[in-house]
Design a protein around this ligand. Sequence first.
Ligand SMILES: NC(=O)c1ccc[n+]([C@@H]2O[C@H](COP(=O)([O-])OP(=O)(O)OC[C@H]3O[C@@H](n4cnc5c(N)ncnc54)[C@H](OP(=O)(O)O)[C@@H]3O)[C@@H](O)[C@H]2O)c1
Length: 216
Amino acid sequence: MRALHLPGFIPSLDALPTPSTRPPLPAPKKGQVLVEVKAVGANFFDILLVQGKYQYKPKGDFIPGTEFAGIVRQVGPGVTGFAAGDRVFGAVQVGAYATHVLADTHSLFKIPGALSFEEASGIFITYPTSYAALVLRANVQPGETVLVHAGAGGVGLAAIQIAKLLGATVIGTASSPEKLAIMRAQGADHVLDYKADDWVARVRENHAQARCRRRH
Ligand SMILES: NC(=O)c1ccc[n+]([C@@H]2O[C@H](COP(=O)([O-])OP(=O)(O)OC[C@H]3O[C@@H](n4cnc5c(N)ncnc54)[C@H](OP(=O)(O)O)[C@@H]3O)[C@@H](O)[C@H]2O)c1
């Protein structure tokens, strides 16, 4: 298989190697499937992890990558609910930045029909993170106002979409006009460039009566 194989931690993303040929993965064990990877997610923690700055630190050489979407090619002993040919998305601790990955079925879902591999590869980590913040912790109600900092990032975009589905008014902050446009396209009602705007004053001016709940 081909993979983004690292000899160890790297000092920065500039030091990322090109993908290389690696030995084929072993057959899936009990509870595992072998997935042909079609798309992967790139989260902030993936960038920390390759530099040895994340709380989980793989030992020795490793293939980074957590979120993926692809096609099941082989199922291990005892696996039920998945079969060769299924379109799936999921997560592994490391190893997804490769043409193939071994995944535990408890961290695997079938892709709902309409979603592409690219869309599905960004669901597993960011959406539950933002859902937990907005629903389980903040219990956002229709008509409330949600302020999403870093709204053009992965967690931020998921937060904007979920907050809108909950019926909230959403204010997003980001650092450039391009990112403001991305937040608007994903449903943010108000977008603020925190480098150009006095965003605290703008939030107060426009939403003095609103209850603002902060993420991050
Ligand atoms: N991915 C997850 O599911 C997850 C889970 C738990 C916690 N988190 C945490 O949530 C935060 C966002 O994660 P993410 O995966 O959504 O990140 P991301 O897609 O890389 O987006 C991060 C955003 O943060 C802003 N930012 C400000 N200072 C930055 C800096 N020094 N370096 C990089 N970005 C900076 C950038 O937006 P501006 O340019 O607009 O400032 C950027 O778009 C991180 O702190 C992460 O550790 C993430």
